[in-house]
Design a protein around this ligand. Structure first.
Ligand code: PLP
Length: 433
């Protein structure tokens, strides 16, 4: 790896102009120390910084680049769309096409509204659930992230956690009092909240598979239990599949795990790397949204033709090449088996959570199933490991409390390189021979 002088210079200048030098906090490398890399380009499985260093990608823009960077079919779709102008503020044929695809691919969605980010999707989904039920409170889970909407910045996971702000300043008590929180995988706590707030809970929102406290899987019966509580109490069950949608299966975590929510929020892959989000669900809930119903929600650039073209090309590719999901399973299994074998060889018992093309290595020997258990990780050790991997050309998420995302551009050879770097990095930071 060459020195990263250009990144350092850019970061110094950026810090004078942009808070923390970045437009989203976790990019600042604060929880691992050092300066963030400024990225110039990426192609396939590789990302390149301003100083010309190449890294094998395990972030993939936090999920969207499931086909690898600058995939030809997406490039072509964007290039084709450009000639027709960039924004109309009026409906387009492509919005109908992508809506049709989303309804077809995502089991819970009968109608869908497109927005510009996952944050917007989640904010709008709870507003629709509140309008539909006439109730005010929501339940969320500690460590789950649903974007930076006020109502969600209570026990909000990853970015909020790793910058050392557990929640956020600037959230009113009025907003905070309507957000109730429970521990992930703790059905009993949810039951207690529901009993203590009879007929007051509009929605339960959850990442069915959590990526925002590191990867955490639901235990057997947990999501099924939430489904049963919501049925009994007429609560809207919202799966936030901004990370897992179109990733864990064509129809997301809900298809893979067989639990169907009332509403689903989407982002990341749905835009193929451009800013797109969406929320959808049962038609009778979605018909509460304006201009049909009384729940107001709008957007000047919503359904933007360039962004939708990238999303449409991505979803079309995934639908027409279902073998992508088997490829991702194989890549994930090869990588995680390899990491586990190295750990065993070195006598280390670190927890690795894994499903499909998502995984997290936690620097703890305890099982990780909620926020409290995730926090038993040694974050100093993670920071050293992160730097040791980066030095060896592997670009990991700069926080213990993030999932890693694999793309189909990772070949078996590249995976062996990652496993080798993992072994060398662990030997270095733990001072093993
Ligand atoms: C990334 C993410 C969001 C927020 O999406 P943005 O596009 O960053 O606003 C919401 N929920 C989950 C689960 C996410 O991972």
């Amino acid at each position: 790896m060459q020195p990263t002088l250009k990144s350092q210079q850019l970061f110094e200048k950026a810090q004078k102009l942009i808070p923390g030098g970045v437009n989203s906090p976790v990019r600042a490398f604060r929880s691992v120390g050092g300066n963030p890399l400024f990225i110039k380009s990426a192609k396939g499985a590789y990302i390149y910084d301003e100083d010309g260093n190449a890294y094998i990608e395990l972030i993939n823009s936090w999920g969207p680049m499931i086909l690898g960077h600058a995939h030809e079919s997406i490039q072509e779709a964007i290039r084709d769309a450009l000639q027709y102008s960039f924004s109309f503020g009026a409906p387009t044929a492509k919005e109908v096409q992508i809506a049709e695809l989303v309804v077809e691919m995502c089991p819970s969605i009968e109608m869908v509204r497109f927005v510009n980010s996952g944050t917007e999707a989640c904010m709008s989904a709870i507003r629709a659930a509140r309008g539909y039920t006439g109730r005010e409170k929501i339940i969320k889970f500690e460590g789950c992230y649903h974007g930076h909407g006020d109502a969600f910045l209570i026990a909000a996971g990853s970015g909020a956690m790793t910058t050392g702000i557990p929640d956020s300043a600037g959230i009113t008590q009025g907003v905070a009092k309507d957000t109730l929180t429970a521990a992930f995988n703790n059905l009993e706590q949810v039951q207690q909240l529901v009993e203590a707030n009879p007929n007051q809970i509009a929605a339960i929102i959850i990442e069915p598979v959590v990526g925002n406290m590191g990867l955490v899987l639901p235990q057997q019966g947990f999501l099924e239990g939430l489904r049963a509580i919501c049925n009994k109490e007429n609560i809207v069950l919202i799966f936030d599949e901004v990370m897992t949608g179109f990733r864990l299966a064509k129809g997301g975590a809900q298809e893979r795990l067989g639990v169907i929510p009332d509403m689903t929020t989407l982002g990341k892959i749905i835009g193929g790397g451009l800013p797109v989000g969406a929320y959808g669900g049962k038609a009778d809930i979605m018909k509460c949204v304006s201009p049909v119903g009384k729940v107001y929600q709008a957007g000047t650039l919503s359904g933007n033709p360039i962004a939708i073209s990238a999303g449409l090309a991505t979803l079309t590719y995934l639908k027409e090449n279902p073998d992508v999901y088997q490829t991702l399973e194989n890549i994930g299994t090869q990588l995680v088996n390899g990491l586990r074998a190295v750990n065993r060889k070195l006598g280390l018992n670190y927890t690795i959570n894994h499903i499909g093309s998502m995984y997290s290595l936690f620097f703890t020997e305890k099982p990780v199933y909620d926020l409290a258990s995730a926090k038993t990780s040694d974050t100093n050790l993670f920071a050293q490991y992160f730097k040791a991997m980066l030095k060896r050309g592997i670009y990991l998420a700069p926080s213990q409390f993030e999932s890693l995302f694999l793309s189909i551009a990772l070949t078996p050879d590249l995976i062996e390189q990652i496993i080798y770097a993992h072994e060398q990095s662990l030997r270095e930071v733990l001072e093993l021979k």
